[in-house]
Ligand binder design. Structure first.
Ligand SMILES: *[C@@H]1O[C@H](CO)[C@@H](O)[C@H](O)[C@H]1NC(C)=O
Ligand SMILES: *[C@@H]1O[C@H](CO)[C@@H](O)[C@H](O)[C@H]1NC(C)=O
Ligand SMILES: *[C@@H]1O[C@H](CO)[C@@H](O)[C@H](O)[C@H]1NC(C)=O
Ligand SMILES: *[C@@H]1O[C@H](CO)[C@@H](O)[C@H](O)[C@H]1NC(C)=O
Ligand SMILES: *[C@@H]1O[C@H](CO)[C@@H](O)[C@H](O)[C@H]1NC(C)=O
Length: 447
């Protein structure tokens, strides 16, 4: 009996002696080796599906809320998916608003920030053909840092240049947050002179010129595009490069001589302080007739936005006629909408990249904005359509480079889906769709 008990004790003892180290080793593997292998594996996959398996990101809070919709189906006009979008938007409105002051990245955190939010290969090194054709962007913004950052993530490439103009009337938190993002990139810079941009006043044009003056210092870029943070590209960087290469230094600037609102440039407009609004100005027609511009210039009406060749930007900054026109424009209504066009469509100026063909221009690709030409499924704000999810199918095959405009809080799903489409296409180098359209632009025709 005693022997038996002894035997049991011995067996238990050897059992413990053999098993304990094994348990220890297993626990070690489970706790340390396996997760690190795991992490290694998943760090190659940036798909949001795996995010929960990854170790928590430092800038997780800057990850936009993802609406679980099929953007593919929305672009393909699937009515059931649109119904689903309606319910999502009505139930989860502003699910996650990333407030401006959450973009408080310190200089030391820049590497982590970039590896988490700018994690695509095109963010690190773009393909050769794009590296040989750098672009410059003016980005204008007033508020909503989240929307600025998402736009930046979509258009950022290491070979490009980005001048960021934060309105001088923007909240301090907006400026500080943009500053902390910008400090993480060598090729993104804040404009050296900020303007208080007010609708239809000279300040809007001045803001772009200030940025042009800062960007011209960088000698490699070929074209400059101005973009507001409320816009989204309709083309990827590769597509922009292909289209602008076809344009061969010609400017892509909207311009019409007829049908323009003569009041805007025929009279002196005065900028007045808006009473009771600390940051507002408004324009008033004084009724005083304005002298026509010098240098035999005909005024053309166009858009504040365009694709400007490098030589054109140099011309704007240095040419005496251009400078005189700028001064003359100070007291006009919305000079941003006639300055570029007038310089581009007066052939006797020999403006670099300017229009010399004899046919009526009538097409340009700088911007797509819906000023009421077609139905707006989003929200019409100040006469222009702020796109909604139902507008997505019509955006898919447009020829324009950039679409105006989007508000994250108006329709976050429209934003998410166009963002996803352009992001997906950015990972590929596909042949340019409908290249013949761009090759037949009127400004490419012989004069
Ligand atoms: C989100 O931000 C927008 C604009 O910045 C604002 O209009 C909206 O009220 C905000 N929503 C929430 C829930 O804070
Ligand atoms: C940034 O702001 C958040 C709160 O919004 C705060 O928790 C965090 O500590 C701040 N980070 C830095 C580096 O200041
Ligand atoms: C507008 O108001 C600001 C602040 O009150 C003042 O400094 C500025 O001179 C005013 N400008 C005009 C044009 O009245
Ligand atoms: C451009 O910047 C320089 C300083 O770098 C300044 O002297 C010049 O007046 C600016 N030109 C324009 C057109 O703003
Ligand atoms: C983008 O790519 C993802 C992953 O391949 C795919 O699931 C999604 O449908 C694509 N979205 C669009 C709009 O092409």
């Amino acid at each position: 009996m005693e022997k038996h008990t002894n035997n049991i004790l011995i067996t238990q003892f050897t059992f413990k002696r053999r098993l304990l180290p094994r348990i220890c080793i297993s626990v070690f593997i489970l706790l340390y080796i396996f997760p690190s292998l795991y992490k290694e594996f998943y760090s190659y996959s940036s798909s949001s599906k795996f995010l929960s398996l990854q170790t928590k990101k430092i800038f997780e809070h800057l990850q936009p809320f993802y609406y679980p919709v099929s953007c593919q189906k929305l672009f393909e006009s699937d009515s059931n998916e649109f119904k689903y979008v309606q319910t999502l938007l009505s139930t989860s409105k502003s699910q996650k608003n990333i407030s401006d002051n959450q973009y408080n990245i310190t200089k030391e955190q820049c590497d982590i920030y970039r590896s988490e939010r700018f994690d695509q290969s095109f963010h690190h090194e773009d393909i050769l053909i794009n590296r040989q054709f750098p672009l410059a962007f003016n980005i204008l913004l007033h508020d909503n840092v989240q929307q600025f950052e998402r736009l930046l993530r979509l258009i950022y490439r290491p070979q490009n240049f980005y001048c960021v103009h934060v309105d001088s009337s923007a909240l301090w938190s907006v400026f500080e947050s943009v500053k902390s993002i910008v400090q993480c990139f060598d090729n993104i810079y804040l404009v050296s002179k900020r303007e208080e941009v007010t609708y239809a006043t000279f300040s809007r044009l001045q803001a772009d010129i200030n940025c042009m003056n800062d960007s011209i210092k960088y000698s490699s870029w070929k074209y400059l595009l101005n973009i507001a943070s409320s816009e989204l590209p309709l083309k990827t960087n590769s597509e922009l490069v292909k289209i602008l290469s076809i344009y061969q230094g010609h400017n892509d600037i909207e311009g019409v001589r007829e049908k323009r609102n003569m009041e805007r440039t025929d009279y002196v407009w005065q900028t007045l302080n808006k009473t009771g609004d600390r940051h507002g100005f408004y324009l008033k027609n004084t009724g005083i007739k304005k002298q026509p511009p010098s240098d035999n210039l005909l005024i053309f009406k166009g858009s504040a936005y365009g694709a400007f060749s490098r030589a054109f930007v140099e011309f704007v900054l240095t040419n005496e006629v251009a400078k005189r026109l700028l001064e003359w424009s100070r007291d006009t209504y919305s000079p941003d909408e006639h300055y570029w066009a007038t310089l581009n469509y007066n052939p006797h100026l020999n403006t670099p990249g300017g229009y010399k063909a004899k046919t009526d221009p009538a097409i340009w690709t700088g911007r797509y904005a819906n000023w009421g030409e077609s139905r707006c499924y989003g929200q019409i704000i100040r006469g222009v359509c702020v796109f909604g999810s139902l507008d997505l199918p019509s955006l898919l095959n447009r020829h324009e480079l950039i679409a105006n405009k989007f508000y994250l809080h108006t329709d976050p799903i429209a934003y998410q889906c166009l963002e996803e489409l352009i992001f997906n296409r950015s990972k590929l180098d596909l042949p340019l769709n409908d290249a013949t359209f761009y090759r037949r632009m009127p400004f490419l025709l012989p004069s």
